[in-house]
Design a protein around this ligand. Structure first.
Ligand code: FAD
Length: 459
């Protein structure tokens, strides 16, 4: 694993990035300013959302100066190459969190994630952003009896323990699950409200609105170093190949790549390469997909699917083809290359797994890789970087950031603009970045199930 995992050049073109925004290579000014009130590092979902909330919450006039520094093109990281699925977890990983930290703390995460669906809808309505948002049903279909039973038991425990958000999910049992979901061999299913969208369009349009309010976006400007201590005036120095910027506030919105410039997170946020695809459907079936899907084959193998308004389907996952080969994904930042073993996994996918799709001619149109930020305790890091006053982080979203980032960013903005304590931001307590978490030797990514050749599920 690279000790400094910077983004690589020439990332593969995801479906979402086939229609580049006019801001893709934007630089608001020819040169970098020497000083900025706030420097946000990373122009993905986290960086754009934090900037949005800072501007939204700032009633002072003039607003603080903000520079966004992005190593590559705007929204070229995980956000520009993900599954487009904004799906709150109401019972699955939440059940694991309940077992580790108690139902109350886990329920807080479920409620926080569920809130994202309406928060993002309001944002898109208010800002009039066209990004193919659809709010519909999610269907999670289990193909393995014992895994299904385990999930059901966890779901029941969460409801009995008072997790209100979990009540938003309904369970469909036994034979009904296969008819209900259309998934061949389904043994049980959960269904609940979810969102799906074109993430790149949302984020580049948020950036456009920020620029219109005076924010300075600098693409192709990697941050190489952030000073270890503040100078006598209380400023951090952010260094790039194009010059340095002095600032009071630094926001690490750098997800998988965070440890390259925030050494505290080395070995805590691990770049993890994933794969996604687009399937095109020449002769649609009688019943095209209406819902977003998760197909769980067993306790660690699963794929996720969203139907698009153009009739195509985005599908991600493919773990069994490459997860045994650690170097192909763990600590791997190379999204300029395919994971060869997985490149044909999605061929005939719909025909294999869905009733009524056998004659659709559905074929794989495009496959790409992207880099997720897995954390060793499987929780995001949000809040002030321990012992670094004025440095903030929101990163390590474990391949599941769509229902976690936007309101985490609101919390970070609250801390910067209003000096609010983390505990009063509404961000789940389990997300708080702490020295204790940084000191822990735990690594849940590589624990026993992986050693036995069966990596644990992460999404
Ligand atoms: C294949 C794949 C499928 C996924 N599917 C889903 C899904 O369906 N649903 C879901 O919820 N989540 C999904 N995710 C995860 C989701 O995309 C992320 O959680 C989310 O986009 C994180 O947003 P971010 O802004 O934190 O990170 P990113 O979008 O990665 O943004 C970080 C940015 O920081 C920049 N950067 C890093 N280091 C530096 C530096 N030193 N200097 C300057 N800039 C820097 C990067 O270039 C990048 O643009 C998926 C991820 C992948 C890769």
């Amino acid at each position: 694993m690279a000790s400094k995992p910077f983004p690589v050049a020439n990332g593969l073109t995801s479906f979402w990035r086939t229609e580049p925004s006019s801001l893709d290579n934007h630089r608001s000014t020819q040169d970098l300013p020497d000083h900025s009130d706030i420097v946000v590092i990373g122009a993905g979902y986290a960086g754009a959302s934090t900037t949005y909330h800072i501007l939204d919450q700032c009633d002072s006039s003039p607003k603080p100066s903000i520079v966004i520094l992005e190593a590559r093109q705007a929204c070229s990281g995980a956000t520009g190459r993900n599954g487009g699925h904004m799906k709150p977890d109401l019972y699955s990983s939440i059940g694991t969190l309940a077992a580790r930290f108690g139902v109350e703390a886990a329920a807080e995460v479920a409620a926080f994630e569920a809130k994202h669906v309406s928060a993002i809808k309001s944002l898109i309505d208010q800002e009039e952003i066209s990004c193919d948002l659809e709010i519909s049903k999610a269907i999670d279909a289990q193909l393995d009896e014992s895994h299904n039973a385990k999930l059901l038991a966890g779901y029941n425990e969460l409801i009995a323990g008072g997790s209100e958000a979990t009540k938003g999910a309904e369970y469909v049992s036994g034979r009904e699950a296969e008819t209900f979901s259309g998934v061949k061999g389904a043994k049980g299913a959960f269904t609940y409200q979810t969102g799906r969208l074109w993430p790149y369009k949302l984020i580049t349009e948020l950036l456009r609105r920020a620029i219109a309010k005076g924010v300075n976006l600098q693409t192709h400007t990697p941050v190489l170093n952030v000073s270890k201590v503040r100078d006598a005036d209380g400023h951090w120095t952010v260094e790039t190949p194009r010059g340095s910027i002095k600032t009071k506030y630094v926001v690490f919105a750098t997800n998988a790549y965070t440890s390259s410039i925030a050494p505290e997170y080395h070995g805590k946020i691990i770049p993890s390469r994933g794969i996604c695809s687009r399937i095109v459907v020449p002769s649609p079936p009688k019943q095209p997909l209406q819902a977003s899907y998760l197909i769980r084959f067993n306790s660690w193998q699963y794929d996720y699917l969203i139907p698009r308004p153009d009739g195509s389907i985005i599908v991600g996952g493919a773990r069994p083809t490459f997860f045994h080969d650690l170097e192909s994904w763990y600590g791997n930042t190379d999204d300029s290359k395919m994971i060869e073993a997985a490149s044909h996994y999605f061929d005939n996918y719909m025909q294999r797994h869905f009733h009524g799709w056998e004659s659709t001619g559905a074929y794989t149109d495009r496959v790409w890789t992207g880099i997720m930020g897995y954390t060793t305790d499987s929780l995001p890091h949000v809040g002030q970087v321990p012992q670094k006053q004025g440095q903030f982080i929101l990163a390590g979203f474990n391949g599941h950031g769509m229902p976690q980032v936007f309101l985490s960013a609101k919390g970070i903005a609250n801390m910067i603009v209003r000096g609010v304590e983390f505990e009063d931001t509404g961000v789940p307590r389990l997300f708080k970045t702490t020295q204790e978490r940084l000191d822990s030797k735990e690594n849940r990514i590589l624990d026993a199930p992986y050693a036995a050749g069966k990596p644990r599920p992460r999404l």
